[in-house]
Design a protein around this ligand. Structure first.
Ligand code: IMP
Ligand code: MG
Length: 182
């Protein structure tokens, strides 16, 4: 992405959709729910990189029972802000997941293609159980029928940035979620 100046960078942040405070509250509640439902069982939080790294770091600290973390890199290819439908696993987990209750931690479900592929792949490895937690859900954009077990926020069809989500690799470091000015 071609950003010419700091003013240019800021001018593409159209409006804040979800504030830092709203995110913090929802993440706290998700952590409490997970802690209650998995109490004492071996949990592996599987972060789908890159987008979910910020969410994972806050969510794992909101969980009060023992849990481990693992990372997978699934790259969904975009042309500008439009998904091309090509999903590639560029980095896999190092753990054998058969002794874990796996919770996939995702930033956003858009067409559903990425998680549909990742879930199929991880189910084939026989985890004790498998659930999906997503920070954001854009159900109106679904191409593949896919539903998360927990979605913190449901949002309309806007291209969004911040709190881990990027446009051309920029804006992941915004502490809030904003609409991108296309
Ligand atoms: P899906 O495979 O179409 O469900 O897309 C999932 C991936 O696309 C997410 O993990 C994001 O990395 C990316 N993505 C989808 N929508 C957005 C958006 O509005 N902003 C930034 N990234 C997005
Ligand atoms: Mg992602």
């Amino acid at each position: 992405m071609d950003i010419k100046s700091i003013e240019d960078f800021h001018s593409k942040i159209k409006r804040i959709i979800i504030s830092e405070q709203e995110i913090a509250q929802a993440v706290k509640e998700a952590g409490e729910t997970i802690s209650r439902s998995y109490d004492g069982r071996p949990i592996l939080l599987v972060s789908i990189l890159k987008g979910s790294f910020v969410f994972l770091s806050d969510l794992c600290r909101a969980i009060t029972v023992p849990c481990e973390v693992g990372f997978m890199c699934a790259k969904s290819y975009y042309e500008g802000t439009v998904s091309t439908g090509v999903v590639k696993i560029t980095m896999d987990l190092e753990q054998d997941i058969s002794n874990y209750h796996v919770i996939i931690v995702e930033d956003i479900i858009d067409t559903g293609r990425t998680l549909n592929d990742v879930v199929k792949m991880l189910k084939a490895r026989n985890p004790l159980s498998l659930r999906v937690v997503t920070l954001l859900d854009k159900p109106s954009r679904r191409i593949v029928d896919f539903k998360a077990d927990m979605a913190l926020f449901t949002i309309p069809d806007h291209f969004i940035i911040g709190y881990g989500l990027d446009c051309g690799e920029y804006y992941r470091n915004l502490p809030y979620i904003a609409e991108f000015a296309e």
